[in-house]
Design a protein around this ligand. Structure first.
Ligand SMILES: Nc1ncnc2c1ncn2[C@@H]1O[C@H](COP(=O)(O)OP(=O)(O)OP(=O)(O)O)[C@@H](O)[C@H]1O
Ligand SMILES: Nc1nc2c(ncn2[C@@H]2O[C@H](COP(=O)(O)O)[C@@H](O)[C@H]2O)c(=O)[nH]1
Length: 205
């Protein structure tokens, strides 16, 4: 027995820890049944990124209109650009009983936690700060200034780890994927057990 609404799964963590890499690896696996929520952003597309697949790329004015029209479940300004989660897709998909997967930064994840405390909040942690730095530098997509800013923010974000339900270390991509899948299976089982016992108890009365 599955609960009627899907689970909202939020993967978050500092820039460069490997959220995008782990998310892509997860979605390449055949047994994955989560639906990925594509975010909106005002940042410029990186080489190879496709509008509507990686992000919905927006002008600042368009994004601000989305904020004003309450079209976003959460949004944040991160190192000079807006990022946000379109609410309509998330609501419709959860309503259809499907699990929705968000990959977002920490300010946004904390906003989602307020709106959807029943979500599953996973903090992806680097093996060390020096490894985080080499990953973000090694990716080669940011200027030195942006790297410096992202690392400064990362130190503050790591302090928010405690607000999450789970911490998953991204030492190896496949291991991180396996841990996330195990968390989701465990959460479904836990919620189904609670629903079953709740039904039994209320039937007795
Ligand atoms: N487990 C891992 N071991 C080694 N390198 C990794 C691992 N996971 C990701 N990386 C590398 O680290 C870099 C950053 O990864 P990625 O872009 O996925 O991070 P991110 O958390 O999505 O960053 P951002 O928040 O800035 O978008 C990439 O070059 C990626 O290949
Ligand atoms: N609060 C939100 N953060 C988001 C969203 N989509 C992506 N992100 C996060 O932004 C940073 C930077 O991303 P990048 O693609 O420019 O490297 C990263 O931590 C993403 O996870 C969102 O909808 N809301």
């Amino acid at each position: 027995m599955r609960s009627e609404r899907g689970l909202l799964i939020v993967l978050s963590g500092p820039s460069g820890v490997g959220k995008g890499t782990v998310r892509k690896a997860l979605f390449n696996q055949e047994d994955i049944q989560f639906q990925y929520s594509v975010s909106a952003t005002t940042r410029n597309p990186r080489e190879g990124e496709v509008n509507g697949v990686d992000y919905f790329f927006k002008m600042r004015e368009e994004f601000e209109r989305m904020i004003a029209n309450n079209e976003l479940l959460e949004w944040a300004e991160f190192v000079g650009n807006y990022y946000g989660t379109p609410i309509a897709y998330v609501e419709q998909t959860l309503q259809q009983g499907k699990d929705v997967f968000l990959e977002i930064e920490v300010q946004g994840a904390l906003q989602v936690k307020k709106a959807f405390p029943e979500g599953v909040f996973i903090f992806l942690a680097p093996p060390s700060l020096s490894e985080l730095k080499s990953r973000i530098v090694g990716r080669g997509t940011e200027t030195e200034d942006v790297i410096h800013n992202r690392l400064t923010v990362a130190k503050e974000e790591i302090e928010m780890m405690d607000a999450y339900d789970y911490v998953v270390e991204n030492d190896e991509v496949q291991l991180a994927c396996d841990r996330i899948k195990a968390i989701v299976v465990g959460e479904h089982c836990r919620r189904e057990r609670v629903a079953k016992y709740y039904k039994q108890m209320t039937e007795v009365e």
